[in-house]
Design a binder for this molecule. Sequence first.
Ligand SMILES: [Zn+2]
Length: 91
Amino acid sequence: MLILWIVIILLALAVTISSGMWIPSIVGGLLLFAFLAWILISTLSPAVPCRICPGCGEEGLVKIRRGVPGVRCEKCEFVDENLHVAYLDEW
Ligand SMILES: [Zn+2]
């Protein structure tokens, strides 16, 4: 799909440059490119959970059970049955 987009953009650039209206189309093309890059970056980098433990301050938080609130720490004895950490299910 990405190659298809690149071909479309290059074709649009070639057409607009050859027709003489190249300044507005370069601005529009840059905006379109930035938009596509932003979508690509946001889909390629998944959300990273904050695993900082309130007990010892290290990145040791893991789920007790998947799908339910409740975390424990791998580095110390910290356990909280009610604490929900976003995105930790996918960790
Ligand atoms: Zn800890």
